[in-house]
Design a protein around this ligand. Structure first.
Ligand code: GDP
Ligand code: MN
Length: 384
């Protein structure tokens, strides 16, 4: 689960990490009242679950009330890469001497958290990583040993941080790592981590992703979820208890079991197609769960064809067929479907589909054949 910047900063503050103080606001009036209270100059920041707000005009420095009013009016309701701004965060302006970068992510290949630090913070760390990889110091942390003081110093030296800041920056990394562990985060990124003219180290931005599977252990964090800030399809799927991830392509995918769905994405890719989503209907799905899943897939306007790939075990293929037939009764899909049923009750399932004679539904017996058909349908609307 991704947190908004200000939620991340509030989390940081609870762990003793210095952040500018501020207030969230959902209306222009509330934003101006917050700015008056905080004082000028202040910064008006769009709160959306996407980076690059600064470049998109979503971060503005207001020197007085008139500017705060103007910026809050401009930013609230603004669209940033497909996300509508419902809230702004007003905070006291910081004086910036240097902009650094710090982050902690899981490096799955190394089976350890990876801590990164650079003196070239600000807007485009991807560019820094690509053009001058040596400017991004990296260090893996043994999860059992934890982040030790020497790790912080080592990183700070490697990143070329001035001598007087090695200890304070190291201490900041120690606190970020403690937050990462205590809150069961998947990612913590601070860009920029600023150095003020008084040589203080402050987190000026916060990007925090928490492990959704651990939220039951953190009720306070679970309550931070903001459905209006999420992608509409992911939100809909979440409410229906479906495992769904939105992707960039135009082929809707439904399978049972994460492994099967991932293989399906690969096979679709192999045939030159691109999946619009990952949807695992799970084991033992009954027909109503299938109807619900079809609704989620089709609510994405990018979807041009849908592939059902079911390997019946506990899931019965006839239940899936019934679900699809019911879904046709409820929503009358206009995009073509390709259905591959194999395993428990596959013969019954295929018979149900044949008898129902649904418009625009093709069947396939192998995954390969199904993928080939759906890729063709997504391109031309005509089966291969
Ligand atoms: P992002 O573009 O979504 O990453 O948003 P950030 O919170 O990182 O802000 C982008 C940039 O705006 C920062 O790198 C700073 O240069 C600038 N900025 C943000 N807050 C302040 C502030 O309080 N004072 C000043 N002078 N600049 C700020
Ligand atoms: Mn930033």
């Amino acid at each position: 689960m991704d947190l908004l910047e200000y939620q991340g900063k509030q989390l940081f503050a609870r762990h003793g990490i210095p952040v500018p103080s501020g207030k969230p606001a959902a209306t222009v009036e509330a934003a101006v009242a917050a700015a008056d209270e905080i004082g000028y100059p202040c910064v008006v920041k769009a709160q959306v679950l996407i980076g690059g707000r600064g470049k998109a005009g979503g971060v503005k420095l207001a020197k007085d009330r008139a500017e705060a009013t103007q910026y809050a009016t401009d930013i609230l309701g603004m669209d940033i890469k497909g996300f509508t701004v419902h809230e702004v965060w007003i905070e006291g302006a910081s004086e910036i001497a240097e902009e650094y970068y710090a982050s902690i992510v899981f490096d799955r290949a190394a089976k350890a958290p990876l801590v990164m630090l650079s003196t070239q913070g600000g807007m485009d760390i991807e560019e820094v990583a690509e053009k001058t990889p040596e400017a991004l110091a990296r260090l893996h942390v043994d999860p059992l040993l934890g982040f030790q003081d020497f790790h912080g110093r080592k990183l700070a030296f490697a990143a070329g941080i001035p001598a007087d800041l090695i200890r304070p920056v190291g201490a900041m990394l120690t606190k970020l790592y403690a937050t990462f562990v205590a809150e069961e985060a998947m990612l913590i990124e601070v860009n920029p981590l600023i150095i003020t003219p008084a040589r203080e180290v402050v987190a000026l931005d916060a990007k925090v992703t928490l492990d959704g599977n651990s939220l039951y252990r953190h009720p306070d964090n679970a309550a931070l979820r903001d459905p209006s800030a999420e992608d509409p399809q992911e939100q809909m799927a979440h409410e229906r208890g479906l495992t769904y991830v939105k992707l960039d392509g135009d082929i809707g995918i439904l399978g049972n079991g994460a492994g099967l769905v991932m293989s399906t994405l690969d096979v679709v890719g192999l045939h030159g197609g691109e999946a619009a989503n990952f949807l695992d209907a799970g084991g033992g799905s009954k027909s109503d769960a299938i109807v619900s899943a079809v609704e989620v897939i089709l609510s994405d306007p990018k979807v041009r064809a849908v592939l059902f790939n079911i390997f019946g075990g506990i899931t019965r293929c006839d239940e899936v067929a019934k679900g699809l037939i019911e879904a046709y009764g409820v929503i009358q899909p206009t995009v073509p479907f390709v259905v591959r049923l194999d395993g428990t009750n596959d013969v019954e399932g295929r018979k149900l589909l044949a008898d129902a004679n649904l418009p625009n539904v093709a069947t396939a017996t192998t995954m390969n054949e199904a993928a080939e058909k759906v890729v063709e349908l997504a391109k031309t609307g005509v089966p291969a």
